[in-house]
Ligand binder design. Structure first.
Ligand code: ADP
Length: 513
């Protein structure tokens, strides 16, 4: 047997599965991505096909192994990360009766609203999951109330990670963090919560067994192992969800370490050593291990805002990028960098997709405020990038109530490909921001859990010495002052516009019907 030098982190994201082949000290040897579509059979429904995700995950892993050009027997294990809040109804053979309904699905807005008004506080204090359409709890209430056929016929309710584990290893288990994010799991007792189950109309036998992140699955069939380009006996370590793993993979584990991730969505998160919730229900608190919880707030409007800007304002750059074989985002970022911090007094509220933290308001809408004849496309793009960060800053203010002022800030996710966006982050927060070489922090966190489960490393915190860092951004004080001034206005705008957002959301809903 050759010595084993490598480890794979598999990250099942919102739009793609990424497999990263790392050396044991965090250097990326190869990475590969398999994408999958998102379906919208009704305006607010957001679904995916579990089998398409499985195929993408297999392709991602096999591609990474082949690109790495190594002997498959040199790989120690695969650690798994996945996006939270997905829900699939399956029969007793674990075959899907429904699509995978994702975190972005908004079908249960009304159910979430009424659940929040009735037992929201009691459930939130126990589960740490704000009552919102993102969570499986709200989706299950919607299924129950609408007699959704897959729900009525389901033997079990599982997430996309559980689907892969049951397909590949015939094991019905779920890690604490994915379980936490369902809204059905008690973060104090590490058990499914009876009150939440009864609200959802299901039993705990219909859910998987919650297990620690170090749990190991083994025994791929020969055929699957061949497809994956892995040995059949390779251990798969269950890992956690993408949020805590991004914190781990970036080294934001100690008190005061804050991780900011901007992928399609975004989040600001901090690890804490005790579960903490309060009646305001503004941030989440999910169990990670028996002595670590993760607190933070998600935004619906991360990189997706830039995607939207690219689509509506960047037609020319998209075309140019095609001709030059370059990246349209880089061309748009170059344009935005021609403009000063603060975009000449143009503010953008990024709530294109409703908003989760800190407002938890599905009716919130995006807006440009302060437009004048002097504003050009570059101002609109820069204001868009700034708006995403202002939103994260406002969530950070809420998080401070529980965890104090950030001591160190770490950034990861697709947005970290843009030095300008990282500088905007640094200048708005007014603190240095550390950026790792690989922006695939969740995958490295998952891989590290794998190494930890196998006894290859001594502790989770030891990862700090194995994160190749790229650079530290330093705040520009002048820009920080500009942003502080504009933020005073930004912070008021949501509240000032809230009734108008509601009226417009109602109008839009009626138009769609
Ligand atoms: P996911 O959450 O699906 O895993 P990623 O972490 O890959 O997504 O992030 C995707 C987002 O990253 C895109 O929506 C886009 O906003 C942003 N992005 C991708 N490339 C660039 C770039 N070159 N410059 C700035 N932002 C980028």
């Amino acid at each position: 047997m050759p010595p084993k030098h490598y480890v794979i982190g598999l990250d099942i994201g919102t739009t793609s599965a990424k497999a990263i082949l790392f050396t044991k000290n965090g250097v990326v040897l190869a990475e590969n991505e398999g994408t999958y579509p998102v379906y919208h059979p009704h305006p607010s429904w957001v679904e995916q096909d579990p089998y398409e995700i499985e195929e993408a995950a297999i392709a991602a892993i096999s591609g990474a192994v082949q690109k790495g050009g190594i002997n498959r027997n040199e790989i120690l294990c695969v650690g798994i990360s996945s996006a939270m809040h997905s829900l699939i109804c399956v029969n007793d053979q674990h075959e899907p009766l429904s699509p995978s309904i994702t975190w972005a699905d908004g079908r249960s807005v009304d159910q979430a609203k009424s659940a929040k008004a009735t037992f929201g506080e009691s459930l939130y204090l126990k589960t740490g999951t704000p009552i919102h359409p993102m969570s499986p709890l709200s989706k299950l209430i919607w299924m129950k109330e609408t007699n959704y056929r897959p729900y009525l016929n389901a033997a079990k309710f599982i997430s996309i990670k559980e689907f892969l584990l049951v397909r590949w290893f015939n094991q019905s288990i779920v890690d604490y963090a994915i379980a936490s994010a369902s809204g059905l799991f008690n973060i104090h007792t590490f058990e499914w919560d009876e009150e939440a189950l009864s609200v959802a109309g299901i039993t705990k036998e219909q859910l998987s067994e919650p297990v620690p992140s170090t749990s190991i699955c083994q025994g791929l069939t020969g055929q699957l192992a061949d497809k994956l380009h892995l040995p059949a006996d390779i251990p798969f370590v269950i890992g956690s969800s993408d949020g805590p793993l991004a914190n781990l993979g970036i080294g934001a584990i100690a008190p005061g370490d804050v991780a900011i991730t901007v992928g399609t969505s975004g989040a600001i998160r901090q690890m804490v050593s005790k579960p903490r919730t309060d009646k305001l229900q503004e941030v989440f608190c999910y169990a990670v291990t028996q002595d670590l919880w993760i607190m933070g707030g998600p935004t619906n409007n991360g990189g997706i805002v830039y995607q939207w800007l690219k689509e509506v304002l960047g037609e020319m750059e998209v075309q140019q990028a095609l001709e030059q074989n370059s990246d349209p985002y880089d061309l748009l970022t170059a344009l935005a960098s021609q403009v000063n911090a603060g975009s000449n007094g143009l503010l953008f509220l990024p709530f294109l997709n409703g908003e989760r933290a800190p407002y938890w308001d599905a009716n919130a809408r995006g807006s440009y405020i302060g437009l004048t004849l002097s504003h050009k496309k570059q101002h609109m793009i820069r204001a868009g990038l700034e708006g995403v960060i202002f939103s994260l800053y406002s969530i950070g203010e809420t998080l401070e109530r529980f965890a104090g002022k950030p001591a160190s800030i770490f950034a990861s996710g697709g947005f970290a490909r843009s030095p300008l966006w990282l500088q905007i982050l640094t200048d708005i927060f007014g603190q240095p921001v550390h950026v790792p070489v690989s922006h695939q922090s969740s995958a490295w966190g998952a891989a590290w859990f794998g190494l930890y489960a196998l006894g290859e490393v001594r502790s989770l915190t030891d990862i700090k010495d194995s994160i190749p860092m790229k650079e530290t951004y330093v705040p520009n004080q002048n820009n920080h002052l500009v942003y502080q001034e504009l933020y005073k206005t930004y912070r008021e705008l949501y509240y000032a516009l809230k009734p108008h957002f509601k009226a417009l959301a109602t109008f839009q809903k009626n138009e769609q019907n």
